[in-house]
Each structure stands twice: as structure tokens, then as C-alpha cells.
Ligand binder design. Sequence first.
Ligand SMILES: [Fe+2]
Ligand SMILES: [Fe+2]
Length: 318
Amino acid sequence: MARELTQREILTELEPVAATALNRHLSMVKEWHPHDYVPWDAGRNFAMLGGTDWEPGQSTLSEVAKAALVTNLLTEDNLPSYHREIAENFSQDGAWGTWVGRWTAEENRHSVVLRDYLVVTRGVDPVALENTRMTHMTNGFTPGVARLLDGAAGFLYSVAYVSFQELATRVSHRNTAKVCDDPIADRMLQRVALDENLHMIFYRTLCAAALDLVPDQAMTAIDLIVENFRMPGAGMPDFRRNGVLMAKHGVYDLRQHYEDVLEPVIRQWNIFGRTDFGPRGEQARERLGAFLENMELVQIPRFEEHRDRALARERARA
Ligand SMILES: [Fe+2]
Ligand SMILES: [Fe+2]
């Protein structure tokens, strides 16, 4: 059996793959500008400049749409945490360094456009939003598992995490578009979701190459990341309330996590069809299989029953 590779060795081996994926990414991205997506006509001054301060009645967005937009925005706002995660676990050399910079710059657009839209349309209390952003960014975010395990393979945990996380944010933005009931928000969120999809493809490609290079090490990382997956917004103020609202109304729930995020990526990596695992990889694959089966057959039906009862109670009260 081949010996385990160190993080540095893995990064060096995969640098040519990163270069190809980066070039593919750059050939696919279309330039876009946040200001084009914001209805500036709908804006007016706040009290400090002689206008009117924010009041809840000023927005036509539903509570669900507001909760989803704010959660997505605060997630994007926490970019320094994600940058740190990627910058510390990827290399600064060659294509790795270029990717980290490029990706960070692209991500920053997402919080710019979401904040401008929400403040201009008065979809959010700007003071509450600012207070929450301060708390959330000060706390920061880490996917957690990477730090608990062998430090030599931090890259594998990071790249597995972001493969799922980029797709999760894509799904969340896309489904938020549906609940906003506003063609302007729809266009903006579809635009952001497109970016997230290209980011996912880069990370998914690199993680696939890692599976080929170090199958057992990569499989162990993937299993741990899936079993301990935390949404990037986890831990932000009001995440429980907003997360529940989003799950209840189809923006991001357990079935979507399973069917739209975990399954397609795992299928793309051919996890359950591979024949190159050693004993360690086999064990991790079995654990992952059991975990997914439990999610599909137990957790999802349980969540949906609970949700349907809660929605029925709400309808009865209304
Ligand atoms: Fe983003
Ligand atoms: Fe992204």
C-alpha cells in the first residue's frame, strides 16, 4: 500500500490540475457588475440626511424571503473566515495562489450586491443588519472538523468542505430567488448562484483529483465532512429562527441538502463505484453509506412529518 502523502506533497502533485481548472474557470466566467442588479430608483435617504429611517412596512418581501436574504448576505459577509480557511490550507504558489485571490474577489461581489439590494429596497433593518454582521464576523467560522484531525491533510478537509458548501450556497440563493417574488431579486440571485456553481466545479474537480491521488486519505476526509456538515451560516445570530423558516418553506431543508447537494457531488466522484480504496478508505466509505442511508430513510421523513404538522397548525391558526 502506498504511504500517506503530506499536505505539501498533495498540493504539489495537484498543482497542474489546479492550473487547468483555474483556466477553465477563467474561460467560463462572464464579467458582471453588482450596480447593474440594484433598483437604485427605489432608494431614498435615511433620517440622518433628512429622509426617513427604516420601518418594517417599507418592504414588500415576505418574512421568509427576508430571513433567507439576510442569512445569505451574512454568510457572504463572513468571507474573511472562508478566505482564511482556503488560504491556510491551500498553497500560495502558482495556480493555487491565483485561485485563492480570484475566488476571494469574486465572492466579495456577492455581499456587495445583496447588501445594496436590501438597503435600497428597505428589505432589512440596516442597524440590526450591521449589529449582526459585527457579531458574526467577530466570531468567524470554521468548518470545525479540519482542525480536529490530522493537520497534514487540512487541504483534503477544506476542499471536500467547499465542494459541498459552494453547492449549498448555490441552492440557497436559487431557492431564495423563488420566495422573493421580485423579478429584480430573481435576476440578482440567479447571477450569484451561477458564480457559486462555477466555484463548486473548481473545488469538486480538485477533490476528485485528490481521490485519484490519495484515495484513502481523501475518502476519510469526505466522510468526516459529510457527517459533520455545518451550513456556513451556522452560529450567526438568529440562525436557528431563520434556518427553521428557510427549511420550513423550501429554501434549504434536509431533503434539498441530500438530493441537491450531497448526492450529485458524491455521484460525480463515483464514491460508491470505486475500486481503488484500501481498508481505511473502505471503512470510511461504509460509514458514509450508512450515514446517507439513515439520512434518507430516517432523518428526512422525520423532518418532513414534523414540518408538515407545523405548517398545518399555522394554516389552522390563520
Ligand atoms: Fe458567494
Ligand atoms: Fe462561491
